[in-house]
Structure formats: C-alpha cells, structure tokens
Design a protein around this ligand. Sequence first.
Ligand SMILES: [Zn+2]
Length: 267
Amino acid sequence: MSEPVRPLPTRRAALGLIGAAAVTGGLASCAAPDSRAPKTEAPTTAESSAHVPTTPAPVAPTFERDYTLPPIDGGLVPVITRVTTKNPIVFLTIDDGVTKKPEAIELLRKYNYPVSMFLTKNFVQEDPEYFRQLMRTGDFVENHTVSHDVRMSTKPYAYQFAEIKGMQDFAQTTFGRRPTLFRPPGGAYSPTMRKACADAGIRAIIHWETKSNAGHMDYQYGNSLRAGDIVLMHFRPEFAADLEAFRAAQLAAGLTVVNLERFLGVE
Ligand SMILES: [Zn+2]
C-alpha cells in the first residue's frame, strides 16, 4: 500500500518534506526544527536584532508522505487537482508574476508559508530577483509558460511544447532549477498539452479546486479548506487581501501549509 516513512535523518530533510508553517504560528525565533524548547527570544549576535533575519527554520509537525504522484502514463503527465492525504495539510500556489510588491515577500515570510510559484517568463524576466528572494526561503519556481496564452491547449503540439520548454529553459538559466510542475494558463488542458509537458520534463499538471481571489476564498466544493487542497493565488495588487483570506481559512480549518514539491517528491 503506502511506502514506509523514512526517518528524516538530517535537519535539511526535516526542513524539506515537512518544511511547514506551524498552524499556530509564532514560532519564528526557533532555529531547531525538532526543538521542544520554550519559544524565547534569544538573539545570537549583537547585531542580529537590528535587521530582518533570514528565513527562520520552522518547527514543523512531521507528516507522513501518504500520497504517491501517479506516473507518466502513455506519454501523458497526470493532472492533479487535489492531493489525497490524511494529513492536516494544505498547499499554496501563486501564479503569473505580473505584480511584484515587496509586501508579498514580507507576508509570506511573516507567516512562514512555503509556496510553489507558477511563473510566466514574459511576466518575470525583467525582474527575476524578486522571485529569487522568495526562492531563497526554500520555495520553488514552476512552469506557467512563456507567454500565458490561455488558448494554448487548442493549438498544435509544437506550439505548446515551445511554450513549455521555453519556460523550462528560462527557469533553469535564471533560477537554477528545471521546473517539475506545470499549470496551464487559464486552466484549460488537453492530451496534447499533457504530452508536451511530459516531453519537456514536467512530472504533473497542477490544477486546483480552491482559490483566493479578490480578497475572498472560492471553493468548488464545500465552504472551507480541506486537507490536501491546492490553493491558487496570483501575484496581484490585492495579494495582501488574498493572503489574509487564505490565512483565515487555513487557521479555521486547522491545516498546516507544506511545500507541494516536497510532499510530491518532485523537488
Ligand atoms: Zn496565469
């Protein structure tokens, strides 16, 4: 059935799969992920309190990886709309990259949310440093095409492959990693797109059933976040309001935000 859970042998591993924001928050000063020590402030150097610390190591609950990403089948990548899991976890994905407000970085750090960023080359290539700052916190850049053509799923294979491969190459050059996940612009996908993704080295198309939009949550099913939900947001002017809507829903549901790539094993 499910694979046995390997112990997490290193601090890095503990930060990896389970690099998560604690539900209750307020753990920003703790440095050791397994520590049960009191959460007291303890500046390590005389200067350290004078500037914003680098991303604190979260004290995260340990979650078993109880989901296996379906394999590429018949040359087509799987399409994932939600992760089936018994863990009280949720995934946060942020798309496009048009709006680059410093407050978005500050808020994601404040809440210690790991995110998957589905970026479009033409939206981000003028200022990749903004997204590099987020990557330094352990987040991942994924593929949202070169030009964000929302009709691409209806177009020929060669066109779709170029849109996907172009972003793969850009991400590799600019961010140092080839994306493993793809999100179609506008959400529409097709068998041709799934094949082009597989041929470009993508492992899965990531869809969604929940989004935070215009300052409120939109649910395709029910009226609250569920374990394993993949939440869609955008780098938009209303980012702060969208993130606050997500945070309220996340806390109300008692879910912890964990990194999608690490939970899927495609980091
Ligand atoms: Zn988009």
